[in-house]
Write a protein that binds this ligand. Structure first.
Ligand SMILES: *Cc1c(COP(=O)(O)O)cnc(C)c1O
Length: 397
């Protein structure tokens, strides 16, 4: 018999858990889209979005789309066919973004840092010194497949050290609202994000944060299309021109509630909570690894994401995941292939724990203890004391 009952628990890296407060804010009839509260909420959401990315000077573009749409929005506003972009691969997601650029006939120079290590800024500097025609550098802060966190400021410094005036584009879809990020202070020209991860809102909103230099580059981009065009959204003739049509009404109310929660908790406290909760996951996996083949995909603790952990199992992890799902009411994230093949291929020797957004110690300890229960039921070899290690890690202030 299954022990599943009540609210099914998800520990996947997006869509993440949705707070009651967000759901309640969305539970309403269609609002007036010409005047009234929706306009006030939208203006507040824009200000709160700037705060969460530490981007007071940027323009925020709110698209009705997912992360992939936000990727395309950024690309078509900046480039023309034949432009050259340097893409930095540390798993899966920068590759997916660069593949989209290739399909738009943008030239991609790639550096692959492998599946288990971060971007090395020195290699970025060297590549930019060698090739002065590179128009932009594209990277992800947190790669959700490998669970590496890259050094965004380090890459900014590499661009400067090379004397390059390349635009700097960063995908923060998995990391915004989870890991420290400072768009303006770190000199990022375009930040891409989405609603359904650290921002705790259903999928459906994709974001482009546009700095001054990126906005200027938009003027000469030949790829611009009407729907994705930043300019009419930055200077809307009427309210709904910000959205090139009907606004994402309910998502705006939900996102406003989520951003209000982040504001109340304090952004730095939100980051610190993610750091500590992820530390519990890392401690547990290290304990499992003491007596079995389990290990974190990212060996260097300084580059482990605070939002998601990819775990190498050494065995086929599908049995573990399905046992957790069917018997114990816990959905774990699938492993995503980290080799250079097609996007979306599953890696059976891995699984992922999402620890982003609306999360507290019972959620994390419950997830880890539930995995431990499944391992015990399936007689999987592992080191002892993982849940205790997680508890100790949380208890250390
Ligand atoms: C989830 C994710 C994406 C893709 O977002 P979708 O909403 O699924 O299109 C892109 N980049 C990163 C880093 C992600 O975590």
């Amino acid at each position: 018999m299954t022990l599943a009952h009540g609210r099914h628990f998800q520990a996947i890296p997006g869509p993440s858990a949705m707070p009651e407060e967000v759901l309640a804010a969305m539970h309403r009839d269609a609002p007036n889209i010409y005047e009234g509260s929706l306009i006030d909420v939208t203006l507040r959401v824009e200000e709160r979005l700037k705060a969460v990315a530490r981007a007071p000077k940027a323009e925020v573009i709110i698209y009705i789309t997912n992360g992939h749409g936000a990727w395309e929005g950024a690309l078509i506003n900046l480039f023309s066919p034949g432009d050259k972009v340097l893409a930095l691969y540390t798993g899966r997601f920068a590759r997916g973004w660069a593949d989209m650029a290739k399909a738009l006939r943008v030239g991609i120079e790639e550096i692959d840092f492998g599946a288990r290590s971060p971007v090395d800024p020195q290699r970025v500097e060297d590549a930019l010194r060698r090739d002065k025609s590179i128009k932009a550098v594209l990277m992800v802060q947190t790669d959700t497949a490998s669970s590496v966190r890259n050094d965004v400021l380090g890459v900014r410094r590499a661009i400067d050290a090379a004397g390059s005036d390349a635009l700097f584009l960063v995908d923060c879809i998995a990391s915004l609202g989870c890991e420290p990020y400072e768009m303006d202070a770190w000199g990022v020209d375009v930040t891409v994000a989405a609603s359904q991860k650290g921002l705790m809102t259903p999928p459906g909103i994709g974001l482009n944060y546009v700095g001054e230099k990126a906005r200027a580059a938009r003027k000469s981009a030949a790829l611009v299309t009407p729907y994705w065009d930043w300019e009419p959204r930055i200077n809307p003739s009427v309210f709904h021109a910000r959205f090139c049509g009907t606004p994402p009404t309910h998502h705006l109310y939900g996102l406003d509630a989520a951003l209000g929660m982040i504001e109340r908790e304090g952004l730095e406290n939100v980051w610190e909570r993610h750091r500590r909760l992820s530390g519990a996951v890392h401690a547990a996996v290290e304990a499992w690894g003491g007596g079995g083949s389990w290990e974190l995909n990212i060996p260097d603790p300084a580059h482990r994401s605070w939002a998601v952990s990819a775990i190498r199992t050494g065995i086929d992890a599908n049995g573990l995941r399905s046992y957790c799902d069917a018997e114990l009411d816990l959905t774990l994230g699938v492993g995503i292939s980290l080799s250079s093949g097609a996007v979306g291929v599953r890696e059976t020797g891995m699984f992922r724990i999402g620890h982003m957004g609306h999360l507290n110690p019972p959620a994390i300890l419950g997830t880890l203890a539930t995995i431990e229960t499944a391992m015990e039921a399936l007689r999987l070899e592992r080191g002892a004391g993982a849940v205790e290690a997680a508890a100790k890690s949380l208890a250390r202030a």
